[in-house]
Ligand binder design. Structure first.
Ligand code: SF4
Length: 250
């Protein structure tokens, strides 16, 4: 009775080449999120209702299949709608496509269940701030968020998941000292992993105060990449100007 589970959807991007670099992906954006990040760009889908049957979503997946290698669950926070995501991941698998999730790390148990069921090929997990920092609460508006993200990272380590940790950087909010601490924490948990330093877009942020800030430039982000790479991490940067690039420490 698949139709009984519906997904509250904020939108679908039929074909994307930017959500999973190197793959052509069909992207489903789930509404709702437990966080209210000051820099959220998708704040219009944090609330509201637009319930869509899984059958309808799967019709979109099948239409995209002649071009797409993968389906990416994004949001909002997809794991907030766990039943729908779990069932969709299973159905996407049956179509022979890869599955990825972009998550804020707030639901370690749900992430673990998907990984144990071998329903995820890739995880993009936000590491928004140092995990021992009240800044996590300042950014997300949620007390105890950092501990849950840490637990999600531990799940990724235990399950040997293919993942990328994504830090979105903003002048005066998440910059050099935060990137240094995050990179150290990632090194302590994983030894080596991929850390993506992503250029924040203040002009799209939910917070009016942040909208007045200037985005960090690509050269400033390269400096942050150098900081993370010094910990032996594989570092990528993402900027509006150049898209995703692998950073080489020379
Ligand atoms: S976790 Fe992502 S979707 Fe949720 S509020 Fe933060 S930036 Fe927005």
């Amino acid at each position: 009775m698949r139709d009984e589970v519906k997904a509250n959807v904020g939108g679908v991007v039929h074909i994307s080449t930017v959500d999973w670099h190197g793959k052509v992906a069909h992207v489903i954006f789930f509404r709702g999120c437990p966080f209210r990040c000051v820099y959220c760009q998708n704040y219009k889908i944090l609330e509201g209702e637009n319930y869509v049957s899984l059958d309808e979503l799967m019709r979109g997946v099948r239409d995209a299949k002649f071009l797409a290698d993968a389906v990416v669950f994004s949001g909002g926070e997809p794991l907030m709608q766990f039943s729908a995501v779990f069932e969709l991941a299973r159905l996407v698998r049956e179509e022979g496509l890869l599955v990825a999730v972009q998550t804020n790390g707030f639901y370690p148990g749900r992430l673990e269940k998907l990984l144990k069921e071998k329903l995820l090929d890739k995880v993009f997990i936000d590491v928004k701030a140092p995990l021992d920092d009240e800044k996590y609460e300042r950014i997300t508006g949620v007390k105890g968020a950092a501990a849950r993200v840490r637990e999600s990272l531990e799940v990724l380590r235990r399950e040997g998941a293919d993942f990328e940790a994504v830090t979105t950087v903003f002048r005066g909010l998440v910059a050099e000292s935060e990137v240094r601490k995050i990179a150290l924490e990632l090194k302590e948990i994983f030894g080596r992993c991929t850390h993506v330093i992503q250029q924040g877009r203040p002009e799209l942020a939910m917070s009016e105060e942040l909208r007045r800030e200037k985005a960090l430039s690509r050269s400033e982000i390269l400096e942050l990449a150098r900081v993370a790479a010094a910990f032996g991490l594989e570092v990528k940067i993402r900027t509006k100007e150049h898209g995703e690039e692998v950073f080489n420490l020379v």
